[in-house]
Write a protein that binds this ligand. Structure first.
Ligand SMILES: Cc1cc2nc3c(=O)[nH]c(=O)nc-3n(C[C@H](O)[C@H](O)[C@H](O)COP(=O)(O)OP(=O)(O)OC[C@H]3O[C@@H](n4cnc5c(N)ncnc54)[C@H](O)[C@@H]3O)c2cc1C
Ligand code: SF4
Length: 328
């Protein structure tokens, strides 16, 4: 590991100020991803600004009936919060399906959103990788890519985004709040992560020195159900092969509103706009859910040996929508 300086910030302003003038500073949340990447030589910050103890650890109701989640709220605390468990169950379920109890006790909301891909080539500094070192190539395309993308990938990168939490946030229309050298701004989570295109080194739209301060969730209309379903190689401590977060409002047997997001399929939490078009106004039946999933997954371009993800995601979407509809 390369030597680095360490600074523990007491406020968001102090954290952002400490970043100024450092080419290779990085914020440190729970460290469950960043410290691993430092040990592997993938990340080599010259300054770690510890933001894990900033006073951003509250979960508060917003005046419009939504919820504000501070950036340092631990994944365990967020999953267990009564408002999250009842009104935003997809978020609680997504968090509990990720990592392990010990990791969730340390991992933060901000760090979870910015965790990096688990592509094995990215994590192996003896291999080329366009995400780690732009212009070196993408060995995953012709190599081991069973876990990698089927949607939205490019010739430069076929990695997937690993966060379960972010998939639920995408379906729930969350907003990410940032504070940086140029002030504060809010970004919809659906526009927060980037498709790889020709710049796979840029995972998100976060600018140099910007700190995540929190995430807000909009209010939920009465009668809305939501849930998260994840398929993985073993039932705990494994990343998603495919996952679906769904929000559904059914009245008199008709889908009045729906939001879907897919995990494990793309470089971003993949919002299912085409599926939602099919769902809205249609009878709440398995036939509708299948048509919706097919409409979304028609854009899939599987690699040599990850085509199994398409029917897997289709079946997950149908089953989670059917379960949510059965509750109304
Ligand atoms: C064995 C293992 C299994 C796992 N399984 C899963 C899984 O199944 N599903 C899943 O979703 N996740 C899984 N994870 C990943 C885990 O959820 C993430 O490591 C964790 O959420 C990252 O949060 P952190 O606070 O520790 O981030 P850190 O490691 O501290 O930081 C991650 C990144 O975020 C940046 N950062 C941190 N906080 C801020 C902030 N406030 N503002 C701006 N930048 C910030 C850091 O600079 C760094 O780039 C697993 C991890 C491990 C080690
Ligand atoms: S898929 Fe992306 S992260 Fe993986 S080797 Fe290719 S460029 Fe690197």
């Amino acid at each position: 590991m390369k030597p680095f300086a360490y600074f523990r910030a007491e406020s968001a302003e102090e954290a952002v100020d400490a970043f100024a003038g450092h080419e290779r500073a990085q914020y440190l949340g729970g460290g469950t991803n960043l410290v691993d990447l430092m040990k592997l030589g993938v990340a080599a910050p010259d300054l770690l600004i510890d933001v894990s103890r900033l006073p951003l650890d509250g979960i508060e109701e917003t005046p419009d009936g939504g919820l504000h989640i501070g950036a340092t709220v631990r994944n365990s605390d967020l999953a267990a919060h009564p408002a999250v468990r009842t009104r935003y169950a997809a978020l609680s379920q997504a968090l509990l399906s990720g990592a392990s109890g010990q990791l969730r006790n340390v991992a933060t909301t901000g760090g979870n959103l910015l965790q990096r891909t688990r592509c094995t080539y990215f994590q192996d500094t003896s291999k080329p990788c366009n995400k780690r070192t732009p212009g070196t190539g993408c060995p995953a395309r012709d190599g081991v890519h069973r876990d990698l993308a089927v949607l939205g990938h490019s010739e430069h990168c076929v990695a997937t985004h690993p966060s379960d939490m972010a998939v639920a946030l995408a379906a729930l229309d969350a907003t990410v709040h940032l504070s940086g050298p140029q002030g504060t701004r809010a970004v919809p989570v659906t526009g927060f992560h980037r498709l790889p295109g020709d710049r796979p080194d840029q995972d998100t739209v976060v600018r140099t020195g910007e700190l995540i301060t929190g995430v807000t969730l909009p209010p939920v209309l009465p009668g809305t159900q939501c849930g998260y379903r994840k398929a993985r190689d073993r039932t705990s401590y494994a990343f998603a092969l495919a996952s679906v977060a769904a929000v559904l409002r059914v009245e008199s047997g008709v889908v009045r509103d729906a939001a879907l997001a897919f995990g494990g399929l793309a470089h971003v939490p993949w919002r299912g706009r085409a599926a939602e078009e099919v769902l809205r106004g249609a009878p709440a039946t398995e036939e509708t859910y299948a048509r919706a999933a097919d409409a979304e997954l028609a854009a899939a371009e599987p690699l040599r040996d990850n085509g199994f993800k398409v029917p897997l995601a289709r079946n997950l979407a149908i089953s989670v929508l059917a379960e949510l509809a059965s509750r109304t």
